[in-house]
Design a protein around this ligand. Structure first.
Ligand code: SAM
Ligand code: SF4
Length: 323
């Protein structure tokens, strides 16, 4: 079991399989984002080897993310191999939903039961604007394709003057489809060409708005993640609020991240990282890579120090390390 210097048990890995994406969401990356050189990115085989190493060290949940994980070539084979790993309690995925029609069968076959799908707008033009080119109809029809096979949670980054007016429509859509829905506070990762403070909405503001329309009560069971969940009276759907700024959740952090170029990031909001791709490619043994990872736990920071006005402090975009 991996344990860090603050005695936090680390059993959750977010594996970014690519930094590429078919969308360019305005809050996530700049329009002219530069992607990693392909030769510096982990291959599917290297990702699988690394995942095995982490599972040996006690990782029990893996979320594939990106970039858009479903644009990664041969991602199906990684999903299949990880789906066969009996030591994992959960294998899951965060996606923008655009490619699900092509890939959902392999997700079902690999036993994926829960999936997060980002959906920031239900208006065709607004969706295209926020994602810089995304096709809302495609995503909505893909959601209908998968909804009987796996539990869906929608992820929304609510932004003032951009999509905050759609808040009730988004929740009603989730209710209608029996999806859960989480609202994520925007995080200052990378320069996106405008001040994030202009659009930032805190979870408290989101909650106050939601309470105008729905009767909400707190879910007391701990989800094990950073979201605080609310039940909506009369419906099965739950609302999650993910509040890295307003209600810091670092104390119970149980996760680490591997970027598509093979760096282990110990905190989403700090630069502490260790290079795993070079050891993997220099034919070091799994045992010596394990030791590197165990030693890195000493440098997992206590918390992030996000400040919404300071996007320059962390140069990488969210798509680099995965959400
Ligand atoms: N492409 C997939 C998707 O959009 O779901 C997976 C990767 S994306 C980086 C993962 C999550 O991070 C998405 O729900 C997205 O909305 C969120 N995200 C991206 N940039 C963010 C930011 N700066 N602050 C908060 N959430 C962000
Ligand atoms: Fe792509 Fe996801 Fe980032 Fe949007 S949030 S640009 S879909 S990686």
């Amino acid at each position: 079991m991996l344990v860090d210097q603050f005695q936090r048990k680390i059993d959750y890995l977010r594996l970014s399989v690519t930094d590429r994406c078919d969308f360019r969401c305005q809050y996530c990356m700049s329009e002219d984002v530069e992607f990693m050189p392909k030769s510096k990115m982990l291959s599917i085989e290297e990702m699988y080897r690394l995942a095995q190493i982490f599972i040996d060290l006690g990782i029990r949940k893996i979320r594939l993310t990106g970039g858009e994980p479903l644009v990664k070539k041969n991602i199906e084979s990684l999903i299949k191999s990880l789906g066969e790993e009996t030591r994992l309690k959960e294998l899951t995925l965060t996606t923008n939903g655009s490619q699900l029609d092509k890939k959902y069968k392999s997700l079902i076959d690999s036993g994926i039961k829960r999936i997060n799908v980002s959906l920031d707008s239900l208006n065709v033009d607004n969706f295209r604007k926020i994602t810089r080119g995304g096709n809302l109809h495609q995503v909505l029809s893909n959601l209908q394709l998968i909804k009987n096979y796996m539990q869906v949670k929608l992820n929304v980054v609510l932004m003032k003057g951009v999509n905050d007016h759609e808040i009730f429509k988004l929740v009603d859509y989730a209710i209608l489809n029996n999806f859960n829905i989480s609202f994520i506070e925007e995080m200052p990762l990378g320069e996106i060409g405008y001040g994030r403070d202009k659009t930032y909405m805190s979870s408290d503001e989101v909650l106050a708005t939601l309470q105008q329309n729905y009767k909400l009560s707190t879910v007391t069971t701990n989800s094990g993640g950073p979201a605080k969940y609310w039940e909506i009276k009369g419906y099965d759907s739950q609302i999650g609020l993910i509040s890295p700024h307003s209600h810091n959740f670092c104390e119970s952090c149980n996760r680490i991240r591997v970027s598509a170029n093979g760096f282990l990031y110990l905190c989403l909001g700090q630069e502490n990282k260790i290079n795993l791709i070079d050891p993997l490619r220099s034919s070091q043994s799994n045992e010596s890579i394990k030791q590197l990872i165990v030693d890195s736990m000493k440098s997992k920071p206590k918390s992030h120090d996000f400040n919404i006005n300071e996007s320059h402090k962390i140069i990488r975009f969210m798509s680099h390390t995965g959400g």
